[in-house]
Design a protein around this ligand. Structure first.
Ligand SMILES: *[C@@H]1O[C@H](CO)[C@@H](O)[C@H](O)[C@H]1NC(C)=O
Length: 160
């Protein structure tokens, strides 16, 4: 039981870190030709990130930025609530509040990553034939899976 709680805790922290990295790093879509690497905020070639991001002012991108930031906030709140419940909650109860908060985080990632995939990732090949998904994009979908598993486990587990 303790081992399980400790592992969830570790995976939860890893998820928060990965969400941070994927939101901040400019590596959602990458093209080997011209060394282009594009994120939610900037358009980089090699080490120069001062290029104009073509769709930088589109509502769809703003929505992705907002949902990714919300997902970070909810994953941190869920972690804090979990630690709080670990020390204060009565034995036998479920970690309902942390689980529910983590599932809200999961929903934010679902919406943000879906909008990005639909609006940008799928169109990128038209702009850059040699492009592929960058590590930010992959990390985001890993966080999508992890946050769901963590959320469900919090709902199922009882405090011993
Ligand atoms: C990134 O910047 C380059 C160089 O200015 C430009 O050719 C390219 O279209 C830009 N790409 C995006 C996705 O904004």
């Amino acid at each position: 039981m303790l081992v399980l709680l400790a592992s969830i805790f570790v995976v939860h922290i890893a998820t928060v870190i990965m969400l941070f990295v994927s939101t901040i790093a400019n590596a959602w879509m990458v093209s080997d030709v011209g060394n282009i690497s594009v994120g939610l905020w900037k358009n980089c070639t090699s080490a120069d990130c001062s290029h104009n991001l073509l769709y930088g002012s589109e509502d769809a991108l703003k929505a992705v930025q907002a949902f990714m930031i919300l997902s970070i906030i909810f994953s941190v709140i869920s972690l804090v609530v979990f630690v709080f419940q670990l020390f204060t909650m009565e034995k036998g109860n479920r970690f309902f509040l942390s689980g529910a908060t983590m599932l809200v985080c999961w929903l934010c990632i679902l919406v943000g990553a879906s909008i990005y995939t639909h609006h940008y990732a799928n169109n990128f090949k038209d702009w850059y034939p040699e492009s592929h998904h960058g590590y930010s994009f992959i990390l985001t979908w890993i966080c999508f899976c992890f946050s769901f598993i963590i959320g469900i486990l919090y709902l199922v587990l009882r405090k011993k």
